[in-house]
Write a protein that binds this ligand. Structure first.
Ligand code: MBD
Ligand code: FE
Length: 311
């Protein structure tokens, strides 16, 4: 079709009507957003000459996305989560905030309410037969570079199949497996034992992977560990560490890898080191220190509230 109607008075008035802009009630903010989204969609349909068949395929896709609970998975896949981070980084730059550990996206798989431990925790319950022992540790530093005793380290990661507890399609994992909250010790240190995770892959038959296939893209993430770090007087840090030896480390479908967040996984096989760590088998070690940023005018200007599963 070559006829153009988007710019006619009839269509422009219709957009205002459908967005509730001629109504008294409702939310001005929602009206403003819906008006913009609808306008952009109408224009896209006209400019790209979207057929009715294509349109209804799109509607069916959205239904599928919801039924599969994958909306918050498609979002990072299309780079929207990364874009929100880019905006926060730009805001920091404009305000002159610098020097903390880089943020990166939360992802869709956090669960609130993990067990709380002091200084040290074991994250895995020993049920993953392929698990390679992992020791990870480091220090939480405040904005002045001083260790922060009592800082709260929330950590979560996948098993050797790339599956997270509470979201495991095999149903094999117990609640809160590989999820803990660790309170930093008197020297600001945290330490945990777990197993080396494997990278996540989108459900191969799900709507997210289906769309990625149409884009000629894969749906894999490198092996990674998620963190929320919380401490008085500082902004909550949301970040992830990616394992340096993973083939996807710089090819993440969710665009979460960042300079400064790639960590070597050091393999230890010599007896003395094994013993010194109180262990009796070879293990992998990761070390990472987190540096927090202070509140901006007394508030966390970038804290994100979103619906989260409560375990
Ligand atoms: C994950 O484990 C993840 O961290 C993100 C961002 C998206 C999908 C799965
Ligand atoms: Fe993840």
């Amino acid at each position: 079709m070559t006829v153009k109607i988007f710019d006619t008075q009839e269509v422009q008035e219709f957009l205002r009507l459908a967005s509730g802009l001629e109504q008294e009630g409702g939310s001005p903010r929602v009206k403003e957003i819906v008006y913009r989204v609808l306008s952009d969609l109408f224009k896209m349909v006209e400019d790209l000459d979207v057929t009715a068949d294509e349109y209804w395929q799109g509607v069916a896709y959205l239904n599928q996305l919801g039924t599969s609970q994958e909306a918050a998975l498609l979002s990072p896949g299309l780079g929207l989560d990364r874009f929100l981070d880019m905006r926060m980084d730009a805001e920091d730059e404009a305000l002159g905030v610098e020097g903390g550990t880089p943020r990166t996206i939360e992802g869709p798989l956090y669960v609130a309410g993990a067990p709380v431990e002091q200084g040290y925790a074991r994250l895995d319950d020993g049920s993953d037969p392929d698990g390679q022992l992992l020791i990870m540790h480091g220090v939480i530093y405040d904005a002045d570079g001083k260790p922060f005793p009592g800082a709260q380290v929330e950590v979560w990661h996948a098993n050797t199949k790339g599956f997270y507890s509470h979201f495991d399609p095999t149903g094999e994992q117990a609640p809160f497996n590989m999820r803990r909250t660790i309170i930093a010790d008197a020297q600001g240190r945290y330490r945990f034992q777990s197993i080396v995770p494997k990278g996540y892959g989108c459900p191969p038959e799900g709507p997210t992977q289906q769309l990625l296939n149409q884009l000629g893209r894969h749906g894999n993430r490198p092996a990674h560990i998620h963190f929320f770090i919380t401490a008085d007087g500082h902004r909550k840090l949301t970040t992830q560490l990616n394992m340096e030896n993973d083939p996807f480390v710089y090819d993440d479908f969710a665009y979460a890898t960042r300079e400064g967040l790639v960590v070597p996984v050091v393999e230890h096989t010599d007896e003395a080191t094994i013993k010194a760590n109180g262990l009796d088998t070879p293990f992998a070690e990761m070390e990472f220190d987190f540096k927090l940023s202070r509140l901006v005018d007394g508030v966390d200007n970038q804290v994100v509230e979103r619906p989260r599963l409560q375990g």
